[in-house]
Write a protein that binds this ligand. Structure first.
Ligand SMILES: *[C@@H]1O[C@H](CO)[C@@H](O)[C@H](O)[C@H]1NC(C)=O
Ligand SMILES: *[C@@H]1O[C@H](CO)[C@@H](O)[C@H](O)[C@H]1NC(C)=O
Ligand SMILES: *[C@@H]1O[C@H](CO)[C@@H](O)[C@H](O)[C@H]1NC(C)=O
Ligand SMILES: *[C@@H]1O[C@H](CO)[C@@H](O)[C@H](O)[C@H]1NC(C)=O
Ligand SMILES: CC(=O)N[C@H]1CO[C@H](CO)[C@@H](O)[C@@H]1O
Length: 407
């Protein structure tokens, strides 16, 4: 029997087991298309379980496992009747352009995209980003561009940020925009998950960077991750074992952005990683003030136990607003452009987005907020065969419609 057959049999057995044990979730109450959602959940859990087994057995790391799993989903740049797809290599990293083929005398809108994937893996060449990008370029008659960046574990913060910043800065140069026929007044920053955090911080930093004269007209933030100061938010409590992004995985991803050393991860698990010297920052992530009433229900705000001062000395990035854009002060927030934020009920990152909505609105920023009661983290990208989630398609449609009307 070949190894592929064995793998297939093990996967089927695991799938059956997970589906069986986890019907207790009550998917029909929480999600649309409950059976499909349950299968998606199970498949994700199985791959996360296999990743952990691979790592614990010393075979390959968790991230190597996912890189292998994703390898077959990396696409070449293939143009179609509507969209021209091309690659460029900038600083050794892939940049992919999706340009609408529609002929027009007008300049095009542009979307600068920051992909998710927890900073540790993922690539703009992945199948689901390509589908999304192609739809966006065609539907919005736009130039859609996304870039990869150097990754964990070889590179730590702020390398990824610097790569992203360098790329955005070079894209926004007037000569470059002219080359792609982009209207400098119609640029949108868009990101999902960890990329949503990057898009948020990027918008803040570009707005205050005097060297950059061309600013985004809007930011679109899809279930963004906006802080790593508090891992005990109501959304973390309610979705500890949620679909795709569990509390444990979220913490693992955020901590490994700064260090492969497990001390940070362990401290984050008990929410004791921020030393008292930084307690003034807690007001920016105080959910008992910033969350709307209905999301606070049944939760008690616990006063923090502080971490050792060493934490920030060793890993200064953990309080860096470039990965905690919720920490930006009011004078920065008041400079921000029109904003779309999507949050999902069943998502550990839900409250990051909700708190940002509150902070932006109280600083006079115009925000369109879409909250999806039956949504989960990653929902937007399950529009492929065999998942084909109706809610995924609906959200994609909503986002594009809003951008089309506002950009
Ligand atoms: C699941 O939720 C539905 C709809 O809210 C409810 O009718 C049903 O009793 C629940 N099932 C269980 C096992 O909790
Ligand atoms: C091209 O665009 C049209 C109109 O939006 C659409 O019907 C068609 O499916 C698109 N083709 C591809 C290959 O996506
Ligand atoms: C957060 O808000 C609560 C209630 O409004 C307040 O008691 C607490 O002191 C605040 N904590 C911080 C760190 O701002
Ligand atoms: C807000 O933050 C920026 C950048 O960190 C800083 O330059 C500025 O002084 C701060 N403004 C206030 C009012 O604290
Ligand atoms: C086997 C398994 O993963 N079971 C999980 C099903 O979901 C509940 C929470 O909804 C978890 O507590 C179980 O561990």
């Amino acid at each position: 029997m070949g190894s592929k057959t064995v793998c297939l049999m093990i996967s089927c057995a695991l799938l059956a087991w997970y589906v069986h044990t986890n019907y207790s979730e009550n998917y029909s109450a929480k999600f649309e298309q409950p059976w499909r959602t349950m299968i998606i959940h199970s498949l994700i859990k199985i791959s996360q379980f296999m990743g952990t087994v691979a790592e614990n057995s010393g075979l390959i790391s968790y991230w190597e496992f996912f890189n292998i799993l994703f390898k077959w989903q990396l696409l070449e740049p293939i143009s179609d009747e509507n969209v021209t797809v091309t690659d460029a290599i900038v600083n050794d990293e892939l940049v992919r352009y999706f340009v609408s083929k529609k002929k027009s005398n007008e300049l095009k809108r542009a979307i600068i995209y920051f992909h998710g994937g927890g900073i540790s893996f993922s690539s703009i060449a992945l199948l689901h980003y390509n589908t999304f990008a192609r739809l966006a370029a065609n539907r919005l008659d736009a130039v859609f561009v996304g870039a990869d960046f150097r990754k964990f574990p070889k590179y730590l913060h702020p390398t990824q940020w610097n790569d992203a910043y360098t790329f955005v800065k070079s894209f926004l140069q007037p000569e470059n925009l002219a080359k792609y026929g982009v209207d400098p007044n119609r640029i949108c920053f868009l990101g999902d998950s960890s990329g949503g955090g990057t898009a948020t911080a990027m918008t803040q930093q570009i707005m205050i960077d005097p060297e950059i004269t061309i600013k985004p007209k809007m930011q679109v933030l899809i279930y963004p991750g906006l802080q790593m100061l508090d891992t005990d938010l109501p959304s973390y409590r309610e979705n500890e074992f949620g679909i795709m992004l569990t509390k444990a995985l979220s913490i693992k991803l955020m901590s490994q952005y700064h260090t492969p050393d497990e001390s940070l991860e362990q401290a984050m698990k008990i929410n004791q990683h921020i030393p008292v010297e930084y307690s003034h920052l807690f007001k920016f992530v105080n959910w008992s003030v910033l969350l709307p009433e209905r999301f606070k229900k049944g939760h008690v705000y616990n006063n923090r136990i502080y971490g050792s001062s060493e934490m920030v000395e060793k890993f200064p990035g953990i309080v860096d607003p470039r990965i905690n854009p919720l920490l930006a002060n009011d004078s920065i927030l008041s400079l921000l452009p029109l904003t779309y934020i999507l949050t999902c009920q069943h998502d550990v990152l839900r409250d990051d987005g909700l708190m940002y909505v509150s902070r932006l609105r109280s600083n006079g920023v115009q925000v369109f907020h879409e909250h999806v009661d039956k949504g989960f983290h990653g929902n937007l990208f399950y529009i492929h065969w065999p998942y084909n989630l109706e809610l995924g398609w609906k959200l994609v449609d909503n986002v594009f419609t809003w951008i089309n009307e506002n950009l």
